[in-house]
Design a protein around this ligand. Structure first.
Ligand code: COI
Length: 355
């Protein structure tokens, strides 16, 4: 029998922002989902509570050794008024994979899915309706055992918070300028690059700040060993159209298995396009740009969905893509994915889960 989720409702409700005021990740809803883990009990006491601070011992393992994972998915309000989660099961699976890598005890996938559906269901009124806005769902697990030795913790908190959001990048669908970095790396083979864990993001900040100061929106990461192959763009997976081939780096352990990446690859293969998951040398990209065959470049991720890249700067050279404008395929992919998310296009893969 599935475990019941206890619900305590907030007595005071917050004011909801207007769709036009939404940015990314600054406003949170009235409730959150919480569940605890202790070695001797397993995961226990799944509940919805009023949104509020977590109480944690200053010695909690996560605050010292970063034993934590998270994921990010979205709920959309369709033109028909219905709310749908986009591929929640895939996000739950990834959260469990990330947990395994960080020695965090796995959640029961059925209960994890129910935690998302229950919380979003309770907070339905918070799901904005303008295209480009959504309710961002952030499941997180942190080690909260008060212990300063280095080993997997014996207690954890799983919680889910919700944030109504607009565009991730202020540029929206305007192509971004990206700096290719070879001084810093995001991940190395055998590391935690394929896990959604905060340390990957903390490790990215220094390079991203340098890029920002130099006038770029984000960085393009190269592989950690040779600094030769394209890895990820900012916090997103990268895709490039070179001539009539669409290429993206393979899931070799250093990059995140993006859900939008998977959705885009599935759609493009169905459209009969030539798609390859293979290593792509940055020199190949630069040569294609010089030849005029680097037709389109875009990032894929849950937060921004599709983010067109208008320029790559590498070793002082500026590689302008499609005259800095959004490409045809980039636009088609965005429209196709967004159409499914908002329920204006058919969903033959069953990617959306009504709430
Ligand atoms: C995404 O959804 O693309 C991300 O990984 C960004 C998120 C960490 C804000």
């Amino acid at each position: 029998m599935s475990e019941p989720i206890r619900i305590t409702r907030a007595t005071v409700k917050k004011q909801k922002p207007k769709d036009s005021e939404l940015t990314f990740g600054t406003v949170f809803t009235d409730h959150m989902f919480v569940m605890n883990f202790q070695e001797e009990k397993g995961w226990y006491d799944p509940r919805v509570e009023p949104y509020g601070p977590l109480s944690m011992d200053p010695a909690a393992a996560v605050l010292h050794y970063a034993q934590a994972v998270f994921d990010g998915l979205k709920a959309f309000r369709g033109r028909d008024g219905r709310v749908r989660l986009f591929r929640p099961q895939k996000h739950v699976d990834r959260l469990i994979q990330s947990s395994n890598r960080l020695c965090i005890p796995p959640l029961d996938p059925e209960l994890a899915l129910r935690s998302l559906v229950t919380l979003v269901g309770l907070e339905k009124d918070w799901v904005p309706s303008t295209v480009g806005t959504s309710l961002y769902v952030r499941p997180t697990i942190v080690a909260n055992e008060a212990f300063l030795g280095v080993r997997p913790a014996k207690s954890y908190i799983y919680y889910v918070i919700l944030s109504p959001v607009g565009a991730y990048y202020p540029e929206g669908m305007n192509p971004v300028k990206i700096l290719v970095v070879d001084k810093y790396v995001r991940a190395v083979e055998g590391g935690v690059g394929s896990a959604k864990t905060g340390v990957n993001y903390a490790a990215s900040l220094f390079a991203a700040e340098e890029a920002k100061h130099a006038g770029f929106t984000q960085v393009l990461w190269l592989d950690g060993r040779e600094r030769k192959y394209v890895d990820e763009v900012g916090t997103m997976n990268i895709m490039l159209k070179i001539g009539d081939e669409i290429v993206t780096p393979p899931l070799s352990g250093t990059i995140l298995a993006g859900v939008t990446r998977d959705s885009a690859l599935t759609l493009m293969r169905e459209w009969g396009l030539r798609v390859a998951e293979r290593p792509i040398a940055i020199d190949e990209v630069a040569a294609a740009a010089r030849r005029g065959t680097l037709e389109e470049v875009w990032g894929t991720g849950t937060a921004a969905v599709i983010s067109p890249v208008g320029e790559l700067a590498y070793k002082g050279e500026r590689l302008v893509i499609n005259e800095g404008k959004i490409g045809k395929l980039t636009r088609k992919l965005y429209d196709a994915i967004v159409g499914i998310q908002y329920g204006t296009a058919p969903d033959p893969h069953g990617w959306t889960v009504p709430v």
